[in-house]
Design a protein around this ligand. Sequence first.
Ligand code: AHG
Ligand code: MN
Ligand code: MN
Length: 304
Amino acid sequence: MDSRILEIFSCIKQCAITLQELLQCDDSGYLASTNASGDTQLAVDVRADRILEDALLKLACVGGVCSEEKSSALYKQKVDSSLVESTFLQLDSSQSLESSLLIAYDPLDGSSLFDSNLSVGSIFGIYNGAFSASALVAAAYIVYGPRLEVVLACERVEHCVYSGGQWRSKGALQLESKGKLNAPGGTQKHWSKEHKELVESLFAKGYRLRYSGGMVPDLHQILCKKGGLFSYPATSDAPNGKLRKLFEVFPFAFIYERAGGEAINGRERLLSLSCDGLHDSTPCFLGSTEEIAQVRAIYMNKER
Ligand code: AHG
Ligand code: MN
Ligand code: MN
């Protein structure tokens, strides 16, 4: 594996321990501020964002970062590595550091679950030179649950657990062609007719509802149980879905594909989609191959 990616994975494991300690605090309060997507920020969202920004930008192989909690990306400049803020998806080559990687991260995913003490996570997409799906070279997430775990994906999807003060590998995560779990996101009142049909047909086939409202634990559960479907569709109140491409959808699409599953927007592969802005969102369906075939059958039929 590229030594730069190994270095970033090792930094993510170290940050996971620090962030787990941060989350042990009893501060579930909201701030007065909102992020670029209009979500009210928690104090822990902002503190987690800062911890990750500082740690990742210290790595020589990292040329820039963007996150859910920042309106602009921060890029290191070629001349002296000083930081420049930009809403562009890459710096032009005369300004950008050569052979450096860019990291898009969601510092705290599922932060609305934090006050009720449910599992939350952090998500990372590692991009080569530009924030775009075609430049994604690795992805990772952290799960803060009863145990601290990380999942690191490059060629394979490695599952690690923190135990007795050490990270231990639990081996590779691999999906089977079909599972039993259904995790349907979004407000039901705003679902389309096709989406209701999809969800009902899965329940009619015996799928079980497993949905916490946190993308990380919901997708992690499907990976650990080897199959199922997670969806966050287009809804009447959010026609582009809610989940953001660069730091939520693309990293998990990469992880699911590497684990033998598929990830689509209803018709197209998520990793073939373009991205025009740092905070763009998309409808998304991630799962094992048989469930994704059912999504295609219903959503492609809608187009006819
Ligand atoms: P975040 O806390 O980073 O804003 O992300 C929350 C996401 C995701 O974890 C989850 O799948 C989805 O929001 C749930 O959203 P709604 O409860 O608004 O449907
Ligand atoms: Mn999130
Ligand atoms: Mn978040």
